[in-house]
Design a protein around this ligand. Structure first.
Ligand code: SAM
Length: 270
């Protein structure tokens, strides 16, 4: 059992969410879904021991990788076949400025088998860079992929779903069982493709207001929106926007969340 924690001579660190992919079928399926092209600006988050790094690097000229674990970053810098292709950023992806890697007219393609302990805040961080990204492929906890992909009326629908759909088209690609990893995680996993919209379908005038409307709504998902949003909009004003005040937040579409947020921006005092 404890052997399972040592993979390719490296002891997996739980605090870095290290579950290394070792199943060739899964690795091939992810790399084909990514479909790397020679001239793409590819960025991998958490390359680890290189399960995805090696096959992707073999198809491109250069690969940027962001790895927090100092030992793993050092291994990658010295890797016999990878070192000439990799640009290793030994950094915390949560604080990393991904947009700095984009070039004029060339957006990033980001991928990774992400550390599950930070996957939700990391998604929000990456969504902020969406305009500089052409697509993202991530292995996540299956439940997080369900939340990303969820639409109105579903139990999994929440702030993460609204913000993901605000910026991206969300496409679940593949489900992966725990046995594909070493050590095996306690949860099921899934791969998702996120494709940022060329033009935002429902632009918000103020993103903080959209975030606030989502937080206040999903914080009280069993209430009707006339109650959730009573601090800033009346039932009559909701009706004027064409939105039924008796709906619950989990029934509001992205367009309606944005409509309420934009109303808040327009009617904010000061
Ligand atoms: C789930 S493992 C995936 C490793 C490898 N890509 C694979 O598929 O086998 C997550 C990786 O992310 C790294 N990591 C954890 N937290 C990180 C962070 N905040 N920023 C960058 N990398 C991080 C871990 O050290 C580890 O290499």
């Amino acid at each position: 059992m404890s052997n399972d924690k040592v993979h390719q001579g490296h002891r997996a660190r739980k605090r870095f969410g290290q579950n290394f992919l070792h199943d060739d079928y899964t690795i091939d399926a992810i790399v084909s879904a990514i479909h790397p092209q020679k001239e793409d600006i590819m960025v991998e988050i958490g390359p680890g021991l290189g399960a995805l790094t090696e096959p992707v690097a073999s198809q491109v000229d250069k690969l940027q990788v962001v790895e927090l674990d100092r030992d793993l970053a050092a291994r990658l810098r010295e890797h016999p076949t990878l070192k000439d292709k990799l640009v290793v950023h030994e950094a915390d992806a949560m604080r990393f400025d991904f947009s700095a890697l984009a070039q004029p007219g060339r957006r990033l393609r980001v991928f990774g088998n992400l550390p599950y302990n930070i996957s939700t805040p990391l998604m929000f961080h990456l969504l902020e860079t969406a305009p500089q990204i052409s697509d993202m492929h991530f292995m996540l906890q299956k439940e997080v992929v369900e939340r990303l992909a969820a639409g109105p009326g579903s139990k999994a629908y929440g702030r993460l779903s609204v913000m993901a759909h605000y910026y991206c088209k969300v496409i679940p690609v593949l489900q992966v069982g725990p046995e594909a990893f070493k050590p095996a995680p306690k949860v099921d996993s899934a791969v998702v493709r996120l494709v940022p919209h060329e033009t935002l379908p429902f632009p918000a005038k103020n993103l903080n207001h959209l975030s606030r409307v989502c937080t206040e709504g999903f914080g009280q998902r069993r209430k009707t929106i006339r109650n959730c949003f009573r601090n800033f909009i009346t039932p009559e004003q909701l009706t004027e926007l064409g939105i039924d005040p008796n709906l619950r937040p989990e029934n509001l579409s992205l367009a309606q969340f944005v409509e309420i947020a934009n109303w808040l921006t327009d009617h904010q005092e000061g």
